[in-house]
Design a binder for this molecule. Sequence first.
Ligand code: S3P
Length: 429
Amino acid sequence: MKVLIKKSKGFKGEILIPGDKSISHRAAFLGSMASGFTEITNFLFAGDCLSTIRCLQNIGVDVKREENNRIIIRGRNLYSFSEPKSILDAKNSGTTARFLLGLLSGQSFFSIITGDSSLQKRPMGRVVEPLRKMGSWIEGRNRGNNLPLAIQGQKLKGIKYKIPIHSAQLKSALIIGGLLSDGMTALEEPLPTRDHTERMLHFLEADIKKQGGLIRIRGRNRFKGGKIIIPGDISSASYFIAAATLIENSSIHIPNIGINSIRIGFINTLKKMGGKITINEKKTICNEPVATLTVSSSNLKGIEIKPDEIPTLIDEIPLIALLAAQAKGKTIIRGASELRVKESDRLKTIVSNFRKMGVEVEEMEDGFIIEGPQQLKGASLQSFGDHRIAMTMAIAGLLAEGKTEIENFSCYKVSFPDFYSILQKWENG
Ligand code: S3P
């Protein structure tokens, strides 16, 4: 699908954002590993989470869809999954593939995981290597670094492991492996990454302890399912937070958004740049903080983002580049080399699209420098099959003089299927 986007005159009103992608994946996986039933409300019915559901169904999990984005999962009590008859396809979803590696390593059967051409290029060795230390048998392309990967389930044993990469997917895959192992697993995280897995396990009363950067998981950790309510996705909300900030005559409020401290680096950065954003009606739902956000048009100034802030805004960096292009002065981002192994090499794909719109960006190995403000010109752009690039460039299109065209746009549906219908409200604004 190719899309054509026109300059926006602004938008005022309420925006409703669907459920959080990261938390939806975790609810499906942990609900499947629990005993008894888990009811998940506001589950994200988007491509990536549907990949998780389909793979779980293929290993014997019963999933019933109810009205209002609710699903009910019958848990398999850690080990009662069944051997899949065919290859498990995670499609574009890194979270699905990496969590499955943890789950399947500790079962008693053989399975194979694959993914689409983007996911087949992404590194899996970071998960495979520590799982092998736990006793897992995984083989595949590039010595087990790339999908497709084959897993012969084993009896796992707990390990002590210092996580070398700032990745919540890696951490969570090892927590899942740890739940299935004999003995204790102790994981050390050098910098905090999103902690939804730990919070949800705590909510479901599993035996997991966190102290600073140390996480301890008891093995053979049986826990009961429960009722999980998923907050709106802050990463999806960020596209329209950026639009409301950058487009004159805009003012929006967004209810029911997850504001977990390790997910709100984008909001903190926007505030430091001079953005008018407030967080109201704070409450805690299923051990996750939730709030209503109010945003209006603002003038921004450039900022320097430090490497230790990166995990709190990793998925929003393409949008920060857009804020930076509109802000007065220099914005510098360093320590973001993980962007090179996302759904696309996001440093390269941001720079390539921005240059087409007439925006100068200096690309570095681990980040970029942008000096603003710079006028965006409508152009013919590529999504590179990457949902976050497609959506960022669509917001850029609302700001640009002239028309913007984005090829292969429909990939936004892997995380935010309502994105385009909300975007159209801004075009008519
Ligand atoms: C995610 C973790 C991050 C993030 C991804 C979702 C998760 O990836 O970029 O969109 O749900 O745990 P990494 O773990 O690779 O940093």
